[in-house]
Design a protein around this ligand. Sequence first.
Ligand code: PLP
Length: 192
Amino acid sequence: MSRKLHARRIEGIDKNIWVEFSQLAADYKAVNLGQGFPDFSPPHFIQEAFCKALNGGFSKHQYTRAFGHPNLVKILAKFFSRIVGREIDPMEDILVSVGAYQALFCTFQALIDEGDEVIIVEPFFDCYQPMVMMAGGTAIYVPLKPREGCGPVLSSADWVLSPEELASKFSPRTKAIVINTPNNPLGKVKDL
Ligand SMILES: Cc1ncc(COP(=O)(O)O)c(C=O)c1O
């Protein structure tokens, strides 16, 4: 009997919007609004800092602290403490990851058990649902809906979350809710 190569946990995760849309944009020579292709260089000071780090000798080419370089986590803690209005401990509360995908993947793997439910607000960034699935959880959706009485031209502010509908999605199995603000794809800033 032949054995399946892929793990069961990735069954049903056989499509990816970025692969599909990038190919469609290339095939039809459309402007690809799904991905950014900057036609300008990064600011000079970033290029300089990058060169300085590369040319800094062997001491700059070592494993860093696993949760993030001390100088980086300290400055991030200072910056975000101001934003969230509470003291963030740079050595305990911050994990530097290689982009949001990695951070989300680690978070779902660390928090979600088989059978757990995760509430996701629609529309949502594509990776949340497969990441929940891979961790053995079930995604439970709650859509933003147009506010009552809004005109024919809608802005992201007109799309609102009904507290009653959100409350109705919670169950004893609810483990997490994903709040993406500012939201991708809408740009909407959630009023929390
Ligand atoms: C809401 C959201 N989540 C996740 C990602 C993935 O981020 P990254 O490219 O940093 O892994 C993006 C990227 O645009 C995003 O907008």
